[in-house]
Design a protein around this ligand. Sequence first.
Ligand code: FES
Ligand SMILES: [Fe+2]
Length: 354
Amino acid sequence: MTHPSPYLMNAWYVAATADEIGTDGMLHRKILGTSVVLYRSEDGSPVALHDRCPHRFAPLSMGRREGDALVCPYHGLKFNSAGACVHNPHGKGVVTKALAVRSFPVVEKHGFVWIWMAEEAADHALLPDYSPLDEGHENGVARTYMKLPVNYRLILDNVMDLSHVDHVHGEIISTRGQLSPLFPDVQETESTVSAAWEWQQTPPMLILNQFLPRPEEEARHWIQVNWSAPGNIQLSLYCAQDDTPVKEGPGQYDLHSVTPEDEFSTHYFFATRRNHIEDDAEYNAMKIRAMHDAFENEDGPVIAACQREMGERDFFAMNPVLMSNDLAAVKMRRRLQGLIEAENSAAITLEAAE
Ligand code: FES
Ligand SMILES: [Fe+2]
């Protein structure tokens, strides 16, 4: 990677949902501007290789699989799952060291395949832990993927600032105007920023009220978003009535995870686990479809239009008017930028010393 990099490199990004990568076929996906081919080896473990043959740069994903190896579609070089060339059908069949493709460390966790794109050795301690997604009935959790034509920060801003909910989204997650006036409780560390909102509304949020004792009556609500660098936001939403502590009422534990395709296009991954009617497969399928639709057809068009207005300009350089609802998103952006700049200046120092 050339420096300065616009991305935080020493980090794990979601490359795909586990379901997107099968034991047959290959998945091409551009990640942080680099073409990657993803597949599963015959033992089921995920593999990620640079999707570019070192000969004349044909994407290997256009070729074919031979067991765990990939055969280039153009002149037939064959590469194993570690990226080493194992067959050259040309001339004397010499295989030099240069005849190799880069392989990227991947880990399957929480129903996603996470990829390490930095040249530095993968740091497994940096893999985030969202284990509540894994706890409970298999029909109580669902995942989805979409691609949005925006810089990934616009999606992070959107989730960090939930004051948009009543203005952008439909009836089922309306807070009846309660959320926008609130100042969230914002907390931060070097690589995390969280914001929490608490309010009461009547009727309660329609995605949850049918699971409350009295669906039409007032309930206390609590939402928290918790960003971790570079692109993960864990969101929790609960509501309760009477003496039930709010976090023990009906609710859900979600993960929004963004991976830049490039600077102006983003892979948007989402997972949600609920604590009610957990075994209901039909409800699970309906709910993830509704949430996917809300992100793609309600948030998506607004932030894509913002991106078109912004063009390739930097957000802060455009002098945005900031309001009370921007606090968590602005802190998140500053933390992220600080981490990217620190990584870039460490890389420059290292290059200068070499
Ligand atoms: S481009 Fe792959 S073998 Fe020629
Ligand atoms: Fe939204």
